[in-house]
Design a protein around this ligand. Structure first.
Ligand code: GDP
Ligand code: IMO
Ligand code: MG
Length: 422
């Protein structure tokens, strides 16, 4: 029986909740930080000492120089993007060698997977998912079809396996009449494959379980959010992996009894990037104001994020699906200037009102509860005792609805702007 625990930190809405920041803050308490799902579709921002980093594939525990970081078997990895990300960190003085381990079972995103991503999106026309274009869907499809290439393949007769898969993709793209040119991209990608050899490409599931047996603790860093989960999100407008707590077990190779705390992270309001239903979406000045104050533009694609008030239907559903034990509320400061703040407590369609997540969220309208805004600057606060009353009331209301506590509140992007509640 494992002596250590795996705590999970999961985005529980549509991603971009602020996972990177909180993983970075939490890292000193853990021995290992591990990503278990997704790939470079993620963009996790970390800001400290005035410097900003956006991590895509590398876990956000990397800034603590003593900690091991793992890219788990549930992830997909693009060697060229990985190389660019790692080199940026190395240039900034972070030595990754020896402490960034990559699962041999993680799947490789080929340049042609990215072309296929674009080709499939183009074929869908107005029904496109609005993917990040990083080849996520085609790579996970290939994994499920049992035809994919894994990181471990780099170590054995790689060129031939690569050429075979590339030729198969070329045939599909010919059938689709989709024109493309990957010559420059492919050069970088193959360079990235060589670069990856400089890292420990290992059986990370064994490493993690040995560490747990020794009493070490692991933080599993989620990517995306529950509403983008392939099973539980707003299908088909989702990503292609299990981003929920169940994905921690399959994506790292740990048993459910090794899981400890499940931190569910959300923003004091809602955002979504890409297509798909979003009942709380605001198309008015309020939505624009949230976007502007919250800098809600995609960290990966630069796209406008769609904005709205907090959605308790989605939050409660995610708490249930993940077994969330504690909530973390981010970007509270973005709502500092609003006279009133709304929270969606139910969805309504054709006279039917429900507080349970419907099978198809298309066409549902949000039913709101109105609360008073706090109209003061939260960004310099350092403890809960300084919270204005209206902000306390907002927190209490959300806690009551959610049925679990909000134990951490974030009031700005910096590491220091994180308040742990007593
Ligand atoms: P992730 O994908 O969940 O890691 O989140 P992103 O990095 O994509 O998006 C979160 C954005 O919010 C980043 O730009 C962060 O720097 C920023 N951020 C995080 N916490 C706070 C906060 O409490 N207040 C404000 N104003 N910004 C925050
Ligand atoms: P982090 O980890 C927000 C969205 C895309 C698109 C859908 C499918 O930074 O929170 P994909 O490229 O995965 O096939 O796109 O999922 N999406 C994200 N939205 N944050 C993310 O990651 C996302 N990763 C994917 O915009 O709607
Ligand atoms: Mg992000």
């Amino acid at each position: 029986m494992a002596k250590g625990k795996v705590d999970a930190l999961l985005g529980i809405v549509f991603g971009d909740e602020g996972k990177g920041k909180v993983v970075d803050v939490f890292t000193p308490k853990y021995d290992i930080v591990a990503r278990f799902a997704g790939g470079p579709n993620a963009g996790h921002t970390i800001i400290f000492e005035g410097k900003k980093f956006v991590l895509r594939s590398i876990p956000s525990g990397i800034f603590d120089k003593d900690k091991v970081n793992i890219i788990g078997n549930g992830c997909v990895i693009a060697p060229d993007l990985f190389m660019a990300e790692a080199q940026e960190l190395e240039a900034a003085g972070y030595n990754l060698r020896g402490r960034l381990h990559i699962s041999k079972r993680a799947h490789l995103i080929l340049p042609t997977h990215r072309v296929l991503d674009r080709a499939y999106e183009a074929a869908k026309g107005k029904n496109k998912v609005g993917t990040t274009g990083k080849g996520i869907g085609p790579t996970y499809s290939e994994k499920a079809s049992r035809t994919g290439l894994r990181v471990g393949d780099i170590l054995d007769n790689f060129q031939q396996k690569y050429e075979t898969l590339k030729a198969r993709h070329a045939q599909i793209l010919r059938d689709l009449n989709y024109e493309y040119d990957i010559s420059d991209e492919e050069k970088k990608w193959l360079e990235g494959v060589e670069y990856m050899r400089g890292f420990q490409l290992t059986d990370t599931e064994i490493e993690i379980n040995k560490a747990l047996a020794e009493g070490k603790n692991v933080l599993a860093e989620g990517a995306q959010g529950t509403m983008l989960d392939i099973d539980h999100g707003t299908y088909p407008f989702v990503s292609s992996s299990n981003t929920v707590s169940g994905g921690v077990c399959t994506g790292l190779g740990v048993g459910p009894n090794a899981i400890g705390e499940i931190f569910g992270i959300f923003k004091a309001y809602s955002t979504r990037v890409g297509s798909g239903p979003f009942p709380v979406e605001l198309f008015d000045e309020t939505g624009d104001k949230i976007r502007e104050i919250g800098h809600e533009y995609g960290a990966v694609t630069g796209r406008n994020r769609r904005c709205g008030w907090v959605d308790l239907v989605a939050l409660k559903y995610a708490i249930m699906i993940n077994g969330v034990t504690q909530l973390i509320m981010m970007k509270s400061d973005v709502l500092d200037g609003f006279d009133t703040i709304k929270a969606c407590v139910a969805y309504e369609k054709d006279g039917v009102v429900t507080a349970d997540m419907p099978y198809d969220t298309e066409g549902w309208k949000a039913v709101y509860r109105e609360l008073k805004g706090w109209k003061s600057d939260l960004t310099n606060l350092t403890s809960e005792s300084q919270f204005p009353q209206a902000f306390r009331d907002y927190i209490s209301f959300l806690e009551q609805e959610a049925g679990i506590p909000i134990t951490i509140v974030s009031v700005g992007p910096d590491r220091a702007q994180t308040i742990v509640r007593g």
